[in-house]
Design a protein around this ligand. Structure first.
Ligand SMILES: [Zn+2]
Length: 302
């Protein structure tokens, strides 16, 4: 009998082992690790309530929020700190909150915060997991309407709710290690050097992350929804892409395109989305907000 032979073999093996007990312990531990590995694999798959996608993510939304709050300090240190104008900080936060409040993003657990970075040389906007969103004065200086600003912020909010950054950390296998570091960092006032280094590494990964084509198109689509739900004219996001493309052709490419790659026909796709959503033209109730941007934001950037 096959099973009999196998049994005999295993028994011989066990007899051969100098310490049968030790072997059994090792077998048991091996089995235990395999079970935990499988459990981990299956329990880490979560369905995103906003996008409906199944995602492999190690961090819980609560851990993403803590990572974002801890990471905010790293970002401020790297990008010139918060811009000195409280008027501009408040304005950008108000536009961001308006985009969040009217959309499905308001039903997520993320406490969104929008910050202006004092960095005129960098043309960029980015989001940390958990709802911390940043835009540089370099990018703000290139805009000329509130709808363009709402377009950028909506796109970043979309990266947060679609959890693209956390998905990236899980792929880098940083997520699992971070779970512990964040847990400890949150429960104690003093962060150990190792935890701080791990959070800094994660922030660095996210800030310099080059999103994939699918992530970009998904965020464009969601960002479009968010901004229009807040009554902003979606032409703003198309104009923003055009402004950035133009500044790219004039010389130095904007950092926004290196972290948010410009998939083919991105502008055409957005225009098609507008036509599809508003077959009889963009409603007059959707605002561009050129005057408010000129009145509130631009004087603060001089
Ligand atoms: Zn993006």
């Amino acid at each position: 009998m096959f099973t009999g032979q196998l049994h005999g073999k295993v028994e011989r093996k066990l007899r051969e082992s100098s310490d049968v007990g030790q072997l059994l312990v090792r077998l048991f531990l091996g089995l235990l690790f395999a079970v935990f590995g499988l459990l981990n694999y299956f329990t880490n798959v979560s369905e995103n309530p906003v996008t409906g996608e199944k995602q492999r993510i190690s961090l819980s939304p609560e851990q993403e929020i803590i990572l974002g709050q801890q990471g905010k300090q790293e970002v401020l240190a790297e990008y010139g700190g918060l811009y000195r104008s409280p008027v501009l900080q408040r304005y950008v936060d108000q536009v961001g909150q308006a985009v969040v409040e009217q959309s499905i993003a308001a039903q997520t657990p993320y406490p969104f915060e929008f910050h202006v970075l004092d960095d005129p040389a960098t043309v960029n906007a980015f989001a940390l997991p958990g709802g911390q969103i940043f835009i540089t004065t370099g990018l703000l200086a290139q805009l000329d309407s509130e709808a363009q600003l709402a377009g950028v912020l909506g796109h970043e909010v979309a990266h947060v709710v679609a959890r693209h950054g956390s998905e990236h950390l899980a792929r880098q296998q940083l997520g699992a290690a971070l779970v512990n570091a964040i847990g400890v960092a949150a429960s104690e006032d003093a962060r150990s050097a190792q935890q701080a280094a791990m959070i800094a590494q994660a922030v660095n990964q996210i800030v310099n992350l080059r999103y994939g084509r699918e992530d970009e198109l998904e965020s464009d689509r969601l960002g479009f929804e968010f901004m229009t739900e807040a009554d902003y004219n979606p032409v703003g996001i198309v104009e923003l892409m055009a402004i950035l493309t133009e500044s790219q052709s004039r010389g130095r490419p904007p950092e926004f395109f290196s972290t948010h790659p410009n998939p083919d026909n991105r502008i055409e796709r957005l225009e098609a989305l507008i036509d599809e959503t508003y077959p009889s033209g963009i409603p007059a109730t959707l605002e561009e907000g050129e005057q408010s941007y000129a009145r509130i934001a631009q004087p603060q950037l001089r």
